[in-house]
Design a protein around this ligand. Sequence first.
Ligand code: ATR
Length: 458
Amino acid sequence: MIEINGKTSILGVIGDPIEHTLSPVIHNTLCELTGINAAYLPIHVENAETDGESNIASAVKGLYASGVKGLNVTVPYKQEVMKTLVEVDSLAAEIGAVNTLVPSKIDKGYKGYNTDMPGLRRALESKGVILEGKKAVIIGAGGAARAVCVMLEKAGVEKIYLLNRTKEKAEKIASEISCITPLGLSEYKDIPVDKYIFFQCTSFGLKDTDGLVIDDDDFYKMAEYGYDLIYNPAVTPFIAKLDSLGVRSDNGLSMLLYQGIIAFEYWFDTKISGEDARLTYARLCQKLYGDNIILVGYMGSGKTTIGKALAKRRGMSFIDLDAYIVEREGRTINQIFAEDGEEKFREIETFAIDSIRFMHNTVVSTGGGAVLRTANRNLLKDCGRIYYLQADVDTIYERVKNDTARPLLNGLSEEEKKAKISEMLKQREVYYKTTSDVTINTSGKTVDEIVNIFSITE
Ligand code: ATR
């Protein structure tokens, strides 16, 4: 948190209700990271009138008169606020909704922007998802789906199949945007078999009891990538389905992050670095999903044993990344190495880390080589607090000598195994150390003693 003084600029978000907003986490973190002297607050503007004027209109006027440097606007004011603005950016006008207010340079009042869709676009870019020349399937035809259509058309998507329970709403959007074929939900089989980028834009999936709007594996198998605009719960039925089919997907938290980042960039005429975006995202994940504990270290450093004991002690879930890969692939690690080679295994591992990223309150034990790829190290940092379980060569040898499920040590004599462990440890230690937040030396300690150290280091 920055120290507030007489020069602190005020930022905020207006909405009703507002108490669950995550925007203060984004913006106050960005202020902290950039050193900008500003503070961001939730501002509850009740959806009512006072003295014949709507509260939103008088609030915006008053906040402008108070010199408030930047505002976000959320439900239910994204359309209504437009009436109070002196300027509206052309994209926001096209989408028909504003979520960011910036003091106008040409008139006395705010200019309105929509950073939700540029935010989604930047989130997809950050995941390496290319839109140009692609085809898309969108489920839902509410305000969010319409905005996604506008964004996709601008990004050069060639074709959009727009599916909605109420087909008329999809038809209405299709009458405004040329590349759309509107369909009712039951007409999904009319979509030609091909590869598509899928967007889940309905509100179905928010409740625990919600299922899938369309429940047919053949439909989801057409997805080359899927994005669910919902971010809470982290794993929606849509994400779970794509995951089970081995299709990469993300939830809407990255869109929330980047809409905030783009707003912040407007307010302060600045550019947020990838590193600051990543740190802010990690904080958002922590706030929303709770704190995961990630264990890294060489094989035999005790990641699985310690992980299970720690999870049990704290009432957390436990997941072993290697076991997770074996289950998903239907092959042992040895088989994957033998059949496809180490590089392919590392690719599968990256995919696995990516899909467990949104778990919460979970202890994750990673494979010994998980930190070797830059992509994995960055993904792991998004997952939670990382602990390096360190052990010396002799301890590791004692722990793994009879285990045949270690492809890199198979078929070696005792001396060769020790030499190999020592060599690999030397190569990898720098990655374990730079990836982790905390190092715990486990040599000569009992499981209980090691689990206790976790509490001390927090
Ligand atoms: P937003 O502005 O956030 O997009 P919205 O306009 O209320 O919200 O749209 C919600 C979307 O979720 C719509 O596409 C809605 O379908 P309808 O247009 O047929 O109402 C979809 N939706 C909500 N609940 C649904 C359910 N149980 N099954 C299928 N679609 C559902």
